[in-house]
Ligand binder design. Structure first.
Ligand SMILES: Nc1ncnc2c1ncn2[C@@H]1O[C@H](COP(=O)(O)OP(=O)(O)OP(=O)(O)O)[C@@H](O)[C@H]1O
Length: 313
């Protein structure tokens, strides 16, 4: 389990993290989202025990990271931002060194090393020095060291940064597979990642938690939630027809691809009414879709509202 209690970090007059509290239970993957400079990495460094909080507390498996650092660090694997240091070491030597630091011996050491190397597809680069690896491979080495001792808790700062689409897919599958018996926090800029791996997402900006919900509930806050979109040859005709429906609030035509979107009034469902209207008026259409909502729009709305409020104050 991971818990933070009013965790804060100040650098002079800048408050990078401002009283963040959350709990993550075993079996849960928490996505930590926020714009650049929101305080994601600073929070993760404090939870991982690499940075001392100005105030507040972080606990890993019940151990306070500050007062019981050894027990807390034994229970966690941490993938920091960027690449592993020790760039002059080969991948094999580096992972062997981490295995020693983690106190792995004999058969367990061999098994864990083989497992991490296999899961991150590193067997082809074991003799290469870390400095000479591509960004994606360096990230994979970082992930391998984080999971090497099969920790109960994983703190992963942008785990798929720099990976190609195939590797992103592999790493997301790896996180999902590990989630069954671990507690995992993943920081990311990539909203599709939230869908792919997270049970829950926290959005932060300027060091504060602005939203804490499931991806589906966050999508529910989008103006696109339950909107109906379609393509048709005469978008203006379709717009006029759908605008007449009683539960439709507004109809928009995308200026780029001419796709038509009908937005429902609050808490209304319009899919059936839209399809019936199209049928009744014999309107030919393509790619009719019921929208779940758009996380990118929710993210923008939440984080920009915070910036606007701060600027106005
Ligand atoms: N050592 C430091 N000294 C002074 N300010 C710092 C330090 N480390 C971070 N900051 C500032 O704290 C704020 C939060 O930074 P942090 O790296 O946690 O953001 P982030 O959400 O991880 O951003 P990104 O998505 O760009 O990685 C930023 O304004 C950053 O400039």
């Amino acid at each position: 389990m991971i818990e933070t209690r009013e965790l804060s970090k100040r650098y002079g007059s800048l408050t990078a993290v401002d009283g963040i509290s959350f709990k993550v239970e075993p079996g849960q993957v928490l996505g930590f989202l926020g714009p650049n400079g929101a305080g994601k990495s600073t929070t993760m460094k404090m939870v991982a025990g690499f940075l001392t909080p100005t105030s507040g507390q972080a606990l890993v498996c019940g151990f306070d990271v500050e007062t019981h650092p050894i027990e807390a660090k034994q229970a966690m694997g941490y993938l920091p931002e960027g690449a592993p240091s020790y760039g002059e070491m080969t991948v094999a030597d580096f992972l062997g060194f981490i295995a020693d630091v983690r106190g792995l011996h004999g058969g367990v050491r061999t098994r864990q090393l083989d497992d991490a190397i296999g899961r991150l597809s590193l067997s082809g680069v074991l003799k290469q020095t870390i400095d000479t690896l591509s960004k994606g491979f360096r990230r994979r080495v970082g992930l391998a060291q984080a999971i090497l001792h099969d920790p109960k808790v994983l703190i992963l700062d942008e785990p798929t940064d720099g990976l190609d689409p195939n590797q992103k897919h592999e790493v997301r599958n790896l996180i999902k597979a590990m989630a069954k018996d671990k507690t995992i926090i993943v920081s990311t800029h990539i909203l599709e990642e939230v869908h792919a791996v997270c049970h829950r997402a926290i959005i932060i900006a300027k060091g504060k938690v602005l939203a804490d919900d499931t991806p589906a509930a966050l999508e529910g806050r989008s103006r696109y939630h339950r909107a109906v979109s379609l393509s048709a040859d005469q978008p203006e005709v379709v717009k006029a027809a759908l605008s007449q429906l009683k539960d439709v609030a507004t109809v928009e035509i995308d200026p780029q691809d001419q796709r038509i979107t009908a937005f429902p009034k609050k808490d209304r469902a319009i899919f059936e009414a839209v399809t019936e209207c199209l049928k009744a008026q014999k309107i030919a259409f393509r790619e009719l879709a019921l929208e779940q909502g758009r996380l990118d729009e929710v993210f923008r709305t939440i984080t920009q509202a915070e910036t606007t409020v701060k600027e106005a104050a």
